[in-house]
Ligand binder design. Structure first.
Ligand SMILES: *Cc1c(COP(=O)(O)O)cnc(C)c1O
Length: 389
């Protein structure tokens, strides 16, 4: 089946949908058993898409989990109340006091913060590594290294990582490879074909796709699924049925939306490359982005998220540039249908293993599905204000 067809079919099993198109939204805590035999049967099968107790899911969650595995691969999918909870929950499922993890230097900032606070307090040590390290990561592996965490492309600075080379070194050493695959989505990067053991999605972003739900997922290989699932049950993670329903709905149009995000973002990135105010653009699908060749080798597409560095930017000029934007709204997150803009003035603050670029402020764009002409006009006006200040 091609991916367009999979997106339509995924998770729509008759046993969950009944006679309608979409799986119903079950609001449930208690599941009622008719007989003692029924209850015993449910206990026996409780980890296998069997109604047991609300926290362990209903057909609404089962359908979404099934769909994610169908699209991304993996033996099972655990749900979390946010992308960050999926990251922390997956890491906590596999480390204990005295362990060591390798975290990419360009990780999503709250992921770093989790390592520097919660893991540190537990006695788990984190070493940050250069996103472009590739197979050389073997030099950083220690006898107690349990997890190697990749995020490709990196948040904000967009370096594309050599995931297969990193995974091979990690596996030779007996470590688990986890990936934040939010940028690649289940469509443009296949984590399990590139050596990843656990793939994480901030479903909040493109899967939900409409900026109205927080949700996280982690899918795992058969070898790691039992432990991930059991730990997620032990810690009581679950996701609300209305939110999961919106994620299922978002999935159906993921392919169509991404096509437009991809096209629009490439038009804008190429336009920005020609602007005199811009020092350089970092879009994984364009030459010049660190790791671009790896993107060409391993990814099958690009989304609407990329960054560029301004040559200069006084506080006043930056404010003039940002404050008058009409279509690019300023805010965190990305992956909805709408365009967003995010300034990052001191990238060195969130880098410890690699030097930060020395140009002016970084601007991250999430390019929505508006018409690109309107988006270019918006940026053009912004540059006019920048220059006038
Ligand atoms: C937003 C984001 C997350 C966290 O997702 P939330 O649902 O906001 O907690 C994780 N990783 C990346 C790359 C993100 O952009």
């Amino acid at each position: 089946m091609k991916k367009e067809t999979r997106l339509v079919d995924a998770g729509r099993r008759k046993e969950w949908t009944g006679k309608v198109v979409n799986p119903p939204v079950y609001h449930a805590s208690t599941v009622i058993f008719d007989t003692l035999a029924d209850m015993k049967n449910a206990i026996r099968h409780r980890e296998k898409n069997h109604l047991y107790y609300g926290r362990r899911g209903t057909p609404t969650q089962f359908a979404f989990q099934d769909a994610l595995c169908e699209l991304e691969g993996g033996a099972g999918c655990a749900l979390y109340p946010s992308g960050l909870a999926a990251i922390s929950g997956a890491i906590l499922s596999f480390v204990e006091s005295g362990d060591h993890i390798l975290m990419v230097d360009g990780a999503y900032e709250p992921t770093r913060s989790f390592c520097d606070t919660v893991l540190k307090r537990m006695g788990v040590e984190t070493t940050y590594y250069d996103p472009l390290i590739g197979a050389e990561i073997r030099k950083l592996l220690r006898p107690n290294t349990r997890v190697v965490f990749v995020e490709s492309p990196c948040s904000l600075t967009m370096e594309v990582q050599d995931v297969p080379a990193i995974a091979k070194a990690a596996h030779d050493h007996g470590a688990i490879v986890m990936m934040d695959n939010t940028w690649g989505t289940p469509l443009y990067f296949k984590p399990f074909e590139h050596g990843v053991d656990i793939s994480i999605q901030a479903a909040t972003k493109y899967i939900v796709g409409h900026s109205d739900v927080m949700l996280g997922t982690a899918t795992a290989t058969p070898e790691h699924w039992d432990q991930l699932r059991e730990m997620s049950f032990q810690m009581g993670y679950c996701a609300a049925p209305d939110d999961v329903y919106l994620a299922l709905r978002g999935l159906r149009t993921l392919g169509l939306r991404l096509k437009q995000h991809q096209e629009n973002a490439l038009i804008l990135a190429r336009w920005l490359e020609e602007r005199e105010e811009v020092d350089h653009v970092r879009h994984p699908a364009l030459p010049g982005c660190p790791g671009h060749d790896i993107w060409k080798r391993d990814f099958t597409g690009s989304c609407g998220l990329f960054s560029f560095f301004l040559k200069q930017g006084s506080e006043k000029a930056l404010a003039a540039f940002l404050d008058g934007m009409q279509h690019f709204k300023m805010g965190f997150s990305w992956g909805g249908y709408e365009s967003l803009i995010l300034p990052v003035q001191n990238i060195a603050r969130i880098r410890t293993a690699t030097p930060a670029p020395t140009s002016g402020p970084l601007i991250r764009l999430h390019v929505g599905i508006e018409h690109p002409d309107d988006l270019i006009a918006d940026l053009e006006q912004g540059f006019k204000r920048l220059r006038a200040n």
